[in-house]
Design a protein around this ligand. Structure first.
Ligand code: FES
Length: 145
């Protein structure tokens, strides 16, 4: 049911933890399944993501997608990080079962929330970034469950 990559990132998740005085912190949840994800970003003066950590209180697919998402945004600039969509994360994991697609959205939105927090703190606007919802159940289609 799960790819080897999903199992690998679930059993051995990368970048678990938190960053003190992070440049941006984003937390999103999904009221329908009750899962919550928090992403911490350490962004330097050039807008490069130097470090990223996550904490996920959620299902295995949510852990695996957070782990892969953090790997994909590390070293990128904020604009490139915005392009790390849930589809990109799923592709990097060799796919997810259809009922678990919404879990990958949690990772995308948590990154957006952390970028939003960073932009708010810096008083800047990141092109293409809209304020993410705190509860992604609002934007997930019924059929994704
Ligand atoms: Fe909620 Fe996977 S079931 S994030």
């Amino acid at each position: 049911m799960y790819s080897e990559k999903v199992m690998d990132h679930f059993t051995n998740p990368r970048n678990v933890g938190e960053i003190e005085n992070a440049s941006g912190v984003g937390t999103v949840g999904n009221a329908k399944c009750g899962d919550i994800m928090r992403i911490y970003l350490d962004i330097d003066d050039d807008g490069i993501i130097k470090d990223v950590k996550f904490k996920t209180f959620g299902c295995g697919a949510a852990v695996a997608t957070s782990s892969m998402a953090t790997e994909l945004v590390k070293g990128k600039n904020v604009q490139q990080a915005l392009e790390v969509t849930n589809k990109a994360v799923m592709e990097a994991l060799d796919g997810l079962p259809p009922v678990k697609v919404h879990c990958s959205l949690l990772a995308e939105e948590a990154i957006h929330a952390a970028l939003w927090d960073y932009a708010q703190k810096k008083g800047i606007k990141i092109e293409g970034l809209e304020k993410p919802p705190q509860d992604i159940a609002e934007i997930v289609e019924e059929e994704d469950y």
